[in-house]
Design a protein around this ligand. Structure first.
Ligand code: DCM
Ligand code: DCM
Ligand code: DCM
Ligand code: ZN
Ligand code: ZN
Length: 268
């Protein structure tokens, strides 16, 4: 996701975590404001473009070697290479956060990675190998040249919300939070937490990846790549994608809240 998606996921999570979790992560992140999660949600994207952070670039996605739209699916053993992937990164940095001996600097970094990667794993094209997660599929969006990955990361969310500032994210998160508590997601939200096991971050997060990857076949490339290449996606394509993006951002925020609650409780 672009900054809007990541910051919205973080604000949704802030709206659902317990007060103990808020204090726990405000201390780790050295931020006592309501934006303690949103304020660091995009740190991992800046870090990966630095020399010191290059190693973390593969941690933002898992390149599922499936065959959309005919066949979708993610397999950890097949799709997570030695240099790492988002599922392995969620395992690694969650495990670090559960180590009572971890120093404050690395605890701060691990928290920032977990907050970011639970967002990215819900972006369908972060769970897809085809054309580097859609980065090589050139399209236009409202007459501007871009690529399919960027359309899902940023163009669609920003057109929906009307901007990408921190207040825009907070506003979108308020709407998604209401949808979870009393609106369209109310009956389903509990089921979003099924299968979550802090002691098994791989099985937990591969389920999130599998679920998001199914949308590559259903919503991202329903008629295959050739139906998308060079096309204008700001119209009917945008309209069809919006409900998927809203659902995935809401799920990511709600799941991040529970994951942070479990970490703050020390796995007890
Ligand atoms: N990005 C950034 N710095 C750059 C180039 C791009 O922060 N020098 C941003 C653009 C997108 C985001 O990274 O908003 C995409 O990353 P991801 O989807 O992995 O979060
Ligand atoms: N950004 C964004 N949406 C835009 C433009 C920028 O999410 N339409 C984000 C991506 C980067 C940051 O803002 O994280 C800075 O972007 P840039 O270097 O393009 O100004
Ligand atoms: N990306 C992805 N899958 C890949 C390669 C990249 O999901 N196989 C994502 C990471 C960023 C965006 O695409 O969100 C752009 O990546 P980069 O700046 O590395 O081209
Ligand atoms: Zn992306
Ligand atoms: Zn990322």
């Amino acid at each position: 996701w672009g900054s809007l998606g990541h910051e919205t996921v973080a604000y949704v999570a802030s709206n659902f975590v317990s007060s103990d979790t808020t204090s726990f992560f405000q201390t780790i992140l050295h931020n006592q404001t309501d934006s303690y999660l949103a304020g660091v949600a995009t740190w991992a994207d800046s870090f990966r473009y630095t020399a010191a952070g290059r190693f973390s670039a593969p941690f933002h996605f898992i390149d599922a070697e499936d065959d959309p739209p005919t066949s979708c699916g993610v397999k950890y053993s097949r799709d997570c290479p030695v240099e790492g992937c988002i599922v392995g990164a969620i395992l690694n940095y969650t495990t670090q956060l559960l180590d009572p001996d971890l120093d404050a600097v690395n605890r701060n970094i691990a928290a920032k990675f977990v907050i970011h990667f639970i967002g990215d794993i819900h972006q369908p094209l972060h769970d897809e190998n085809l054309d580097r997660g859609g980065n090589s599929i050139l399209v236009t969006f409202d007459n501007v040249q871009t690529n399919l990955h960027h359309v899902w990361d940023s163009n669609i969310p920003e057109k929906l919300v009307g901007g990408y500032s921190l207040p825009d994210a907070e506003k979108w998160a308020t709407a998604l939070t209401a949808a979870i508590k009393t609106g369209v997601y109310k009956t389903d939200a509990d089921s979003w937490l099924e299968g979550v096991d802090l002691r098994d971050p791989v099985s937990t997060s591969i389920k999130w990846a599998e679920e998001a990857n199914q949308f590559v076949c259903q919503a991202v490339l329903p008629e295959g790549k050739d139906a998308i290449v060079g096309k204008e996606l700001g119209g009917a394509y945008y309209e069809a994608a919006v409900p998927v993006i809203e659902l995935q951002v809401a799920r990511a925020g709600y799941r991040l809240a529970q994951w942070l609650d479990l970490i703050a409780a020390g796995g007890k």
